[in-house]
Structure formats: C-alpha cells, structure tokens
Design a protein. Sequence first.
Length: 273
Amino acid sequence: MTNQAERFDRFASGYARYWAPVLAPAVRQLLDEVEPRAGRPDRILDVGTGTGQLALGALERWPSATVAGVDVSNGMAAVARAEADRILGRRGRRRFSIEIAPADAVPFEDARFDLAISSFVYQLVPNRGRAYREARRVLRPGGILAFVSWLEEDRVFRPDRLFDEILERLDIEPRVFDGRPGDLPSVARAAGELRHAGFAGVDAHAGTIEHRFGIDDYVEFMADFDEETLFDELDPALRVRLETTLRDELARLTPDELTMRFPIVFVMGRRSR
C-alpha cells in the first residue's frame, strides 16, 4: 500500500491532466446508473477519490449532498482539494472532505453513508473482499455501493506495441510494467464477490473505455505522464530521436488503430439489512 501511495504521489498532477479525461465517460455513466437507485443521498463516500473526478461529479449531481473521500495518496488528495476549491468555491468546498486512508480501513463509524461510489480503485487494493466489507460497514442498511473497474484483457493498444518496438530498435531499456493483478476476471466474478461481501440485489455488466488519441496527444501522454521517468532519464538527443520516431510510426496508423478500447465492469449492490 505504501508503494501504491508513493506511485500515485509521483504522477498526481499528470493523472488529472492526461488520464482523468480518458476515464471521464465511464465516471459519468456510473453516476447515471446509480442515480435512479440512490434517490437523494445526503452522505456519500468516495472510495479512492484520487483527483476528485467522481466526487465532484456526485456533488454536482446531488446539490444537497456531502462527499467524504478517502485515498492513500497525499499527492492525489492535494490535486483533488485544489480542484474542489476551483469548482466549488469557498462555500461549496465545505461539502467535500478527504481523509488519507486505504479502502480496507475507512476511518468512519458504522452506517454513516447512504451511498458509496468508486472509480477504477478496487483493482488496486490488496484485499478486495475486505475493502467491500468495509464499504458495507459504513453504509446504512439499504445503502448502495456502486463502482466501475477494469476487466482482464489480453488486447494490446497498437500505439503501445509500437512504442515498445521502438524502444527495442533504439536499444533503450524496455518498460517495467507494474500491472494490475486485481483486474476482475469476469462480470460474473465481479457480481459474486460483491454478494459474498454481504450485498444484495447485485447488478454487474460490462462496458468499454474508448478514447481516440491524436499523434501529438499520445506522444505527450507517454512523455509527460505514462512513461515520464523513462523519458526524463534519456540523453536529450536520444529523447528527441525517440519522440520523432514515435511520431513517424504513429502517422502510419489508422484512426481506428489510434483508438484505445479496453473492457470495464460496472457493479452495484445494496447493503442487506
């Protein structure tokens, strides 16, 4: 968990700039799907609030609600607080608070929240079942947990494959992948895990993250966010060569090949009484 916190501390600002827009449609869809079932929640928990994208969307959707976020990363929380200040202003800012804590040890009393939400977090926690049970503990009877996460997938985004091929061609050390070993293996498994944690009326269904990159967008995404450390450690001349070669190779791809598509899963359940 400490390593996860340090990792997200390093790229918090880049996450908000480069990755949050990729996830934004799925975040909106999660709120769209939970709204009819959640009614008008007064107190909402955002598990793994990150840069605040989901929390701020919930506050806009439910103007009378408050949101308490938890996250292991001080860096991500700092970005979320700054974004809340910008969007909500001084008075509205009081509706959003953040605690530094992991998903499986939420620092709130039992039955405090009407709704718990989370986006792309549960694949990262060391023990997902324990994190689900912790969300259940802080929900009132009948309260809802709704989240979106990644599904396991063997598919490789073509620009990513090109990037790795270019690294090999230029004799640059290959990337080190930290991976997401907790990606959910199936929709059925996602639903079953939530039922096992004590949730009823569970619904789970697949979706897709789809995002088309421009050539410059992808190069900037890799150089300034996804592989920032790799680029920063290169000799300046080699960095220029890498970026130039990458642009040339990306220019050969079709718009469809420049479109990233990965499977996700939406899951929702109600705390049994």
